[in-house]
Design a binder for this molecule. Structure first.
Ligand code: ADP
Length: 475
């Protein structure tokens, strides 16, 4: 996939924003300049209008007649103002006809020609403007002021500042590409600098292979988000490393566990194959070999269950079943296991309880707990009980055996962990029983808890999701 690099994307966006900003700024400067110039121009026009109005006040009488003559003093002043001022006077004749005269530097007052009969002040203004300037309108600014029968028009050219404005706009247009290039370059450098920690994290992550699971990414990185990323990767590495080490330990333990019976078998075979063994001795040896083979087959079977369970390849039922019935069954088997021992097997009476899950796997869990109880209890009792806690229903197996030292309680569910290696092995334990029991409980949405006092006994409780007891059909 042809994806853009983050650096390129950021630089492009940054440059675009900078360009827009610069161009907007240039436009603003030009517009502000134009507005200021226009304001100055207007102020000067107002000033001229004020002056003209005051002159007009002083000479009003002399121009009261239509076609009257403009006093030479006023005309002189107007000429001195550069011909920028025109004064019009509107009179209404006996017939009601409107006449407009204009006085300007060239005397005497003249009637404005080409006006329609019903000329409005706006029409007058338009005709006047045409008379004043035949060129494009925007180049002139006209200020109009009404003073009684007179109308004063002051005209000024915008040319003086338009040139400066043009120069300013040209300078902005010429400098903008340069500024844009400088900004793009700065953006590229800034972005590259900002992305450096991220690139370092990527490079360090790439360098971690199966053999370097113990290494961690450098943190802090100098950037909060990148540090968060590095820390998340580090936490993931921690988990992967732990799982990897557990797997290695499991493989080593499993090999070790399998080697022991094989060594045993070889010794038996060698002993049996030696010269001068009687038939009875050979049969004994074969019997011992069969027991070792049985135990090895069981071990391999358990290893397979664990492997499948962890890969979620075990098919477990998910249906309501009567837990009380399973407990009764297990209790009966436990009684058989405890035959000939100084052990009382009992169950606390309880109403029928239902659980949601797999009855066979639950029986497996309970048999495992019960056989442990029988194995690790020399005298006393084993008691089955049922309890509920919210939406869970639990079966407890309590014994009065040797208990588990507190420092080992956490580990007894680990594969191949035994408090007393040789003793457990002598008792026929593989060290996988509780690991499988916990796996089965968890696959059913449950868990196992332990309470144990060394020398006094242990209580293991399997918790499973409770189910409603289905209504029994009437007999
Ligand atoms: P094993 O096959 O060795 O019994 P388990 O996984 O069933 O393996 O149990 C792991 C270890 O936990 C045992 O070796 C034993 O030391 C301890 N353990 C389990 N159940 C009990 C119990 N009821 N009383 C005392 N110790 C127990």
């Amino acid at each position: 996939m042809n994806e853009l690099r983050l650096g390129a994307v950021l630089t492009r966006r940054f440059t675009r924003v900078a360009w827009t900003g610069l161009a907007g700024y240039a436009l603003l400067v030009v517009a502000l300049f134009a507005a200021a110039a226009e304001m100055a121009l207007r102020r000067s026009l107002e000033h001229s209008a004020d002056l003209t109005q005051s002159l007009l006040g002083a000479y009003r009488d002399s121009t009261s007649e239509p076609g009257g003559v403009m006093p030479s003093a006023l005309a002189d002043r107007l000429v001195a103002m550069g011909g920028q001022v025109v004064i019009t006077r509107t009179t209404t004749g006996i017939s009601g006809k409107q006449d407009v005269y204009f006085v300007s530097p060239d005397m005497p007052a003249r009637r404005l020609e080409g006006l329609p009969a019903s000329a409005s002040p706006d029409d007058v203004r338009r005709v006047l403007l045409a008379a004043i300037a035949q060129r494009a309108r925007w180049r002139y600014r006209v200020l109009h002021r009404a003073a009684g029968a007179f109308d004063i028009y002051v005209v000024a050219s915008r040319e003086s500042y338009v040139v400066a404005l043009g120069a300013l706009a040209a300078a902005a247009a010429l400098l903008l590409p340069g500024a844009g290039l400088a900004v793009a370059r700065g953006a590229r450098q800034a972005v590259a600098g900002a992305l450096r920690p991220l690139e370092r994290v990527a490079a360090e992550t790439r360098a971690i292979g199966p053999a370097e699971l113990g290494t961690r990414l450098t943190s802090p990185t100098g950037q909060a988000e990148v540090t968060e990323l590095a820390d998340s990767v580090n936490r993931m590495l921690e988990r992967v490393d732990r799982a990897h080490r557990a797997l290695e330990a499991f493989t080593a333990d499993a090999s070790h566990e399998l080697r022991t019976p094989l060594t045993h078998l070889r010794a038996q075979v060698q002993w049996a194959a030696a010269e001068g063994r009687s038939e009875a001795e050979t049969r004994d040896a074969l019997g011992a070999m069969e027991r070792v083979l049985d135990r090895t087959a069981k071990l391999v079977e358990e290893l397979l269950v664990i492997a499948r369970g962890e890969n979620r390849q075990l098919a477990l039922a998910h249906a309501p079943f009567e837990l009380t019935a399973v407990v009764d069954e297990v209790r009966e088997i436990t009684e058989a296991m405890a035959l000939g021992r100084d052990l009382a097997v009992q169950a606390t009476p309880s109403a029928p309880r239902w659980a949601l899950g797999d009855a066979d796997r639950t029986r497996h869990i309970l048999l495992n707990l019960a056989s442990n109880a029988v194995r690790y209890t020399s005298t006393g009792s084993i008691t089955f009980g049922l309890e509920t806690n919210g939406k869970m229903v639990g079966v407890s197996v309590r014994d009065t055996g040797l208990g588990i030292p507190p420092e080992h309680v956490e580990r007894i569910f680990d594969r191949f962990f035994r408090v007393d290696q040789s003793r457990s092995r002598d008792l026929g334990g593989s060290g996988l029983g509780l690991a499988i029991a916990r796996l089965f409980a968890e696959l059913q949405g449950g868990h196992i808890t332990v309470q144990s006092t060394p020398g006094a006994g242990s209580t293991f409780t399997v918790w499973l999701p409770a189910a409603e007891s289905p209504r029994r059909p009437p007999p």
